[in-house]
Design a protein around this ligand. Structure first.
Ligand SMILES: *Cc1c(COP(=O)(O)O)cnc(C)c1O
Length: 404
């Protein structure tokens, strides 16, 4: 069986985890701090906070920005449920918009149409690893008329003076847009280091801050260290210093810090990330070359004039296939022991959001992109031989299903 995206766990990773365990420091400590610094320098953002998941990072962030009841946050209809769920839990309303036909990402003109005086943030999602149109979105939210209808609710929002641009960068670690890396493309980006992501810490995430210069990022870093540890003004490391036992709780905080065991995995992963990206690109190129000969194949965009993907997901679309035919093709592929997947079922199709009144027919492009999409295996250890097996399996499945 060719798995879909197993993590790369070799002796290097195992030995670093053992070293973390043997060090006696297993919660947030020196490895986490190093990992944060390394992410800041890799991405080019201004400061990084490591957390235990994308989801909790974004949840705390929305709370910090003061997003809540009566507010709206714009997200694409085509994304993972986490993007919407954190907004629901904040008390605000996710306003879903449709995506581009060519790249699965948020459509800027549809974002424009969805902006109201209640819009506090836009959360773009870099589906498959290709960055969304951040510069276009920034230009949009800086337009005089759009800024004029923005109504800040607190000091931070007032200071920014416009809609906040967030990035769901769960897929795009290492991706580039106009010469900058993911993590430095929006005001604030959130990464996921879940086991299936390009860079993993088993579970984990990071918030990368890149707000305008008038925000003090050193203060933000300090504030978040407190926020993700129950509002305690001293972390466990600081409390180990002699006699330094006494702490205060300065606000009711959250609990979502990263552990040094997780960071140990992340440090190894980040140290060799370029070879991971290089191998992923080779696999993408091999799929691209194989499928561009087929009239039924619609290959994903992964390199454009100003964007380079992180090669996270190979989102192949089968021209002319209905949802039922796509499902049948996937079954044929599974029958020869190749794992494939679908990213994503648009949110309005899922019971939770349907029950809240979101309707699939309002997002025709998201539905069309989903209906004939199949995600193919991409990971460092996937061999050229296995890539060929995947290609053959998909070609055969398409010819069986689409002929009939
Ligand atoms: C994986 C993923 C998330 C959630 O990440 P966690 O670290 O599991 O919380 C959010 N958004 C997208 C697009 C994802 O793929």
């Amino acid at each position: 069986m060719i798995p879909f995206s197993p993590p790369r766990i070799d002796d290097k990773v195992i030995n670093e985890v053992i070293a973390a365990l043997k060090s006696g420091w297993i919660t947030t400590g020196p490895r986490t701090k190093q990992f944060e610094k390394d992410i800041t320098s890799y991405t080019g953002c201004k400061t990084t906070i490591a957390v235990n998941s994308w989801t909790m990072g974004m949840q705390v962030l929305l709370h910090w920005w003061g997003i809540g009841e009566g507010d709206e946050v714009i997200i694409p209809a085509y994304t993972y449920c986490a993007s919407a769920n954190v907004i629901f839990h904040s008390g605000a309303t996710p306003v879903m918009v449709d995506v581009n036909e060519e790249d699965f990402n948020l459509n800027v003109e549809k974002v424009r149409a969805a902006i109201t005086p209640r819009t506090k943030a836009i959360m773009a999602v870099d589906i498959g690893g290709l960055p969304a149109d951040y510069d276009e979105l920034l230009t949009l939210i800086n337009e005089e008329q759009i800024k004029a209808q923005f109504s800040p609710k607190n000091e931070k929002q007032e200071k920014l003076g416009r809609i906040l641009l967030l990035s769901d960068s769960a897929h795009s670690f290492g991706a580039k847009y106009n010469g900058k890396r993911s993590g430095a493309l929006a005001d604030i980006s959130s990464f996921s280091f879940h086991a299936v992501k390009n860079l993993t810490t088993a579970e984990g995430g990071a918030l990368c801050f890149n707000l305008p210069e008038k925000f003090n990022h050193e203060d933000i870093y300090k504030e978040f260290n407190t926020k993700i540890l129950h509002g305690q003004n001293k972390d466990a490391l600081a409390k180990t210093q002699k006699g330094n036992w006494k702490y205060d709780v300065i606000e009711p905080g959250f609990k979502c810090n990263m552990t040094d065991i997780q960071a140990a995995i992340g440090l190894i992963e980040l140290g060799r990330y370029q070879e991971n990206l290089d191998r992923r690109k080779e696999i993408f190129d091999q799929y691209y070359n194989a499928f561009s000969k087929e009239s039924w194949a619609n290959n994903p965009l992964y390199e454009t004039e100003n964007k380079t993907s992180s090669y996270h997901l190979y989102l192949l679309r089968i021209n002319g296939a209905t949802e039922e035919q796509r499902d049948a093709i996937m079954q044929e592929v599974f029958n020869v022991d190749v794992s494939v997947n679908v990213h994503f079922q648009p949110l309005p199709r899922l019971t939770a959001y349907k029950n809240l009144g979101y309707k699939m027919e309002d997002y025709p492009e998201a539905y069309a992109s989903f209906a004939n999409e199949i995600s193919l295996p991409v990971y460092y250890d996937l061999t050229d031989e296995q890539v060929k097996m995947v290609v053959e399996a998909v070609k055969n499945a398409v010819s069986v299903v689409m002929k009939g």
